[in-house]
Design a protein around this ligand. Structure first.
Ligand code: N01
Length: 535
């Protein structure tokens, strides 16, 4: 089989792959996108679980770079459902004529750099090979799903599903006895929807989450017109926000105001719902434990008000880690769902799940007989997809070996020393954010960087070792200044790799703010990409 050669190959056809393809095409690179799935959409192609929708609002969950897409696309819900985001990405692909350069059903197993030719060779699961000068990962930050290490998991005779691998034809849960393990952002979206269908629903909770409830209003024609009229300023405001959302960063500490004023602010932002609460109340809810605890106590008061059975309410109140100690999900009647007589919260913190049997889940002496088990147990985040395949750099070293032996290292999450002309969209150590914003800005940065290299006869861009040391230190410094990092009170979150047994504890994301990160990227550019010019 003959090689097919390209200037650039991008792995992954989600938000990242589409943005990078468009931008590299604009500078004349013959670019191909490969994706293992049978459709474009990345995370939105695979995640079809009941209740899947964005936690970001429609106004800032999209690209700003195409005037045509902005003018023609119509959002219908404040928090668009997964199917709508998938339609959006297909619309982007069609409107920008991207489809002709995307190959689906193309699973990359290996990508190896050849020093003599300064090219990468990709080998697919079906044996095909491709070569390219530039290799870009757009494989997603949360795509390597993990099942929990619970004894007997293979013995279960009923149906079992991982939230991120939900059958595309859907699953009829009507009248069934359903169990759910995992209450992160995925699990908490699943709860209200499955409760509507299941005969009996058993929610196995190890760690309760802080959920900010919201309403999901329809987007009117006037809302869409307003968005079109103000798109650039909305996008610029999101890009200037630490977490990439279109919100006014709060100016005051929660400790600066009176208890009455604090309660009024908490209440008003709770009523706005979702990310407004974490982002707009006070400026130190993610950095000061005392302030975070005030927000935590407010949410606990909401849980106790909403959930009628006070034993269940107490179990749902997080107490072992800080508010913002991990990603705060947006709820759609999450807490109220526990008032249904068919929904049962099983506490597995005081008595862990001991095993899964042919019939169901065992906690203590009780076997819960189930027809279906849903695992919303998360991902080997950020590095998982990059280390699951063989990405082989100079001297035959894989990315997996490099990070295992030397710790997580990259320059700005974009480039890794030893891997020339290999770039990551949303690589590890990039900002924790509403993701379309850093994806777009990253694709535009990469466009300029590669264009510069091509015009100046620079054969490859590659992080210097010094830049990696600097960025590892800055990433750790930024992470440790948040309430995510706190001895004895950590949330076992994917941000620190704590959800994966044996994964070293390192900040997987940059917590210093998206706008600060973008300034570092601009600085690297104005320095003539010196930190990307390894010898
Ligand atoms: O995964 P998670 P997720 N026994 O890792 C539990 C994004 N996202 O898929 O906390 C029992 O957050 C684990 O319990 P514990 C978003 O960035 C976005 O929900 O370790 N339980 C936890 O409850 C999010 O942060 C959106 O005690 C076990 C859960 O599984 C990220 O994806 C929607 C267990 C895993 O939670 C990941 O979210 C969905 C075990 N052995 C996702 N192992 C939107 O924007 C794990 N758990 C809408």
């Amino acid at each position: 089989m003959t090689d097919q050669s390209y200037d650039a190959i991008v792995i992954g056809a989600g938000f990242s792959g589409l943005a990078v393809l468009h931008h590299l095409r604009e500078i004349g690179l013959d670019t191909l996108v490969l994706d293992a799935a049978d459709g474009i959409g990345g995370t939105w192609w695979t995640n079809r679980y009941p209740g899947v929708r964005t936690d970001s609002e429609y106004s800032y969950y999209s690209f700003s770079f195409s005037k045509e897409v902005r003018e023609e696309w119509v959002w219908t819900e404040r928090y668009p459902a997964g199917a709508e985001v998938l339609r959006y990405l297909n619309f982007v692909a069609d409107r920008l004529d991207l489809r002709k350069d995307i190959q689906l059903g193309a699973r990359v197993e290996r990508a190896a750099y050849d020093e003599d030719t300064n090219r990468w060779t990709l080998t697919l699961a079906d044996g095909r090979t491709f070569t390219t000068k530039y290799l870009v990962s757009g494989m997603g930050v949360l795509s390597q799903a993990v099942f929990p290490d619970i004894a007997g998991i293979a013995d279960f005779a009923g149906q079992k599903y991982h939230s991120s691998m939900w059958p595309h034809e859907g699953v009829d849960l009507t009248g069934k006895r359903v169990g759910l393990i995992g209450l992160g952002a995925s699990g908490i979206q699943i709860v209200p929807e499955v409760a509507k269908q299941a005969g009996e629903f058993f929610v196995f909770q190890r760690t309760p989450n802080y959920i900010v409830e919201t309403t999901n209003d329809p987007v009117t024609a006037d809302d869409m017109q307003h968005l079109r009229d103000h798109y650039d300023e909305i996008y610029a405001a999101a890009a200037a926000h630490p977490f990439g959302v279109y919100m006014e960063p709060a100016e005051h500490s929660a400790l600066e105001v009176s208890p009455e004023e604090r309660r009024r602010i908490f209440e008003s932002k709770w009523n706005e719902g979702g990310f407004h609460f974490a982002n707009e109340c006070f400026n130190d809810l993610a950095t000061n434990h005392e302030s975070s605890e005030l927000a935590a106590e407010f949410i606990r008061s909401k849980i106790r008000e909403t959930v009628t059975d006070q034993r269940t309410a107490e179990l749902l109140c997080p107490k072992t880690y800080s508010f913002n100690g991990k990603r705060v999900p947006t709820g759609h009647n999450y807490y109220g769902t526990f008032n249904l007589p068919t929904v049962h919260l099983i506490d597995t913190a005081s008595e862990p799940i001991s095993r899964i049997t042919e019939k169901g889940i065992v906690v203590g002496d009780v076997e819960y007989e189930l027809d279906v088990i849903i695992f919303a147990t998360g991902f080997d985040a950020m590095t998982g997809t990059l280390t699951a395949i063989d990405i082989v750099g100079r001297d035959g070293t894989t990315l997996r070996d490099k990070w295992r032996e030397g710790g997580l290292k990259s320059n700005l999450g974009i480039s890794v020393h030893g891997f020339p002309n290999f770039f990551m969209s949303l690589g590890p150590q990039t900002p924790y954010s509403n993701l379309p914003v850093p994806i777009q800005l990253g694709a535009q940065w990469l466009q300029r960087a590669i264009d510069w290299a091509e015009r100046n006869g620079v054969p490859f861009l590659e992080a210097t070792p010094e830049s990696e040391d600097w960025w590892a230190q800055e990433t750790e410094r930024a992470g440790r200044s948040t309430v995510m990092y706190s001895e004895g009170k950590k949330a076992k979150a994917w941000f620190l790799g704590e959800n994966i047994p044996g994964k070293p504890e390192e900040f997987q994301v940059y917590m210093g703010g998206g706008q600060v990160y973008q300034e570092f990227c601009r600085q690297a550019e104005s320095d003539g990409y010196a930190s990307f010019l390894a010898n």
